[in-house]
Ligand binder design. Structure first.
Ligand code: 5GP
Length: 141
């Protein structure tokens, strides 16, 4: 049973400031904002990480537990086509909320922290959207 903090928010078991939601994504304000606008774009379907998302073996295992009607077509590496489509949709959602919040014209930054060295804290794939001010030129210290 997967029960990371974002799964709990998606289920409604934990509160969050929701900026946008649809069938595939929830966008919430980060609880510890690093910029005037700091959102988290979270797929409702659970993936531990980008590594997990891209892994065809795990993707096939997820397919086996899905009911036949929920199973999608597989790509050449064994991933579900619609999982890949989620990546594209994440950018569409980012674009949508940046306009919704009026920060698109001046610009913003999208970040995925991956693994230990990437500084990932919550084991549920998500994208940070940061903006609302001129961000520093450095991505790393
Ligand atoms: P990561 O390092 O995993 O990419 O970042 C996880 C982010 O989730 C952090 O910026 C952290 O502040 C945020 N976060 C952790 N727990 C919660 C929570 O319960 N609610 C919200 N809204 N954000 C959270």
């Amino acid at each position: 049973m997967i029960s990371d903090v974002f799964c709990k928010i998606i289920k409604g078991d934990l509160p969050a400031e929701v900026i946008y939601k649809d069938d595939d994504f929830l966008v919430i304000k980060d609880i510890n904002p690093q910029a005037p606008v700091h959102l988290l774009i979270i797929p409702k379907k659970h993936f531990d990480s980008l590594e997990d998302f891209m892994d065809p073996v795990r993707s096939r295992a997820r397919d086996r537990v899905a009911s036949p009607k929920d199973r999608g077509a597989a790509t050449s590496n064994g991933m579900e086509e619609r999982n890949l489509a989620l990546l594209g949709k994440a950018l569409v959602v980012s674009h949508k909320v940046s306009h919704q919040l009026g920060i698109a014209e001046k610009g913003y930054r999208l970040i995925i922290n991956e693994g230990e060295y990437g500084g990932k804290l919550v084991p549920h794939l998500h994208i940070h959207l940061l903006g609302g001010k001129r961000l520093g030129p450095k991505l790393v210290k």
